[in-house]
Design a protein around this ligand. Structure first.
Ligand code: 2BA
Length: 109
C-alpha cells in the first residue's frame, strides 16, 4: 500500500473529490494553507494499493490546473522611504504537488 499526499488548489478540489468517490478511491480531505502565498489550498491523503497509484496520479493530474496568482511581498519597514512600496508579484501555482510514500502498516479498528 502507498500513501499519496496531494496538495491541490481549492478550485480543483471538489471535482477531484467527486472523481475519487466515482472510482472508489478512499481519501481524506484537509483544508491547508500554502507556506508561501499564505492562502488556502486543499490536501488529500489517499491510501491506495500499489497497482492503483498510477491511476490516482492520472486523476490528480487531469483535475489540477496551473494558474497565475498575485502576492504582495511584505513591506520592509527598515528600508529607505523610496524602497518601501511593495508591488504585487505574479506567481505560478500548481497543478498539483504530490508525495508518494510507503505504508508499513494499515489498520482500521
Ligand atoms: P505555497 O507555499 O503558497 O506556494 C504557492 C506557489 O508559490 C508555488 O506553487 C510556487 O510557484 C511559488 N513559491 C513557493 N515558494 C516559493 C519561493 N520560496 N519563492 C518563489 N516562489 C515560491 P507550487 O509549487 O505549485 O505549490 C503549491 C502549493 O503546494 C504550495 O503553496 C504549498 O502549499 C505546496 N507545496 C509545494 N511544494 C511543497 C513542498 N516541497 N513541501 C510541502 N508543500 C509543498
Amino acid at each position: 500500500m502507498k500513501l499519496l499526499i496531494a496538495i491541490v488548489q481549492d478550485k480543483d478540489a471538489n471535482r477531484l473529490s467527486n472523481e475519487f468517490i466515482d472510482k472508489n478511491i478512499r481519501a481524506t480531505r484537509l483544508s491547508t494553507t500554502g507556506g508561501f502565498l499564505k492562502s488556502g489550498n486543499t490536501t488529500f491523503m489517499i491510501g491506495v494499493e500499489e497497482d492503483r497509484v498510477d491511476e490516482v496520479l492520472e486523476m490528480i493530474k487531469a483535475a489540477s490546473h496551473t494558474r497565475q496568482q498575485f502576492m504582495t511581498p511584505p513591506v520592509n519597514l527598515d528600508a529607505q522611504l523610496d524602497n518601501t512600496s511593495s508591488y504585487p508579484v505574479e506567481v505560478q501555482v500548481g497543478g498539483a504537488t504530490v508525495f508518494v510514500m510507503p505504508v508499513d502498516q494499515f489498520h482500521q479498528f
